[in-house]
Write a protein that binds this ligand. Sequence first.
Ligand SMILES: [Zn+2]
Length: 74
Amino acid sequence: MPIHFPRPTQATLVVEREPVAGTCPECSSAALRRYPVLAEDGWFEVVKCANCLYSVSREPGPKLGVIELLSDQL
Ligand SMILES: [Zn+2]
């Protein structure tokens, strides 16, 4: 007998993009966002301008990235 899993309520995993105070040095937009990204050398916490995608900062993040962040919410 097949096991039925409930349908996910979201089609894709949505990573929270946290608003950051400040303005973009490139386009002066205040739409800065902080979020984790997976790069070749691991997870990074980046702050990017949502308007022109300029990278304001890039810091090493938690090794497990989003997985660790989700477990913190349990
Ligand atoms: Zn910008």
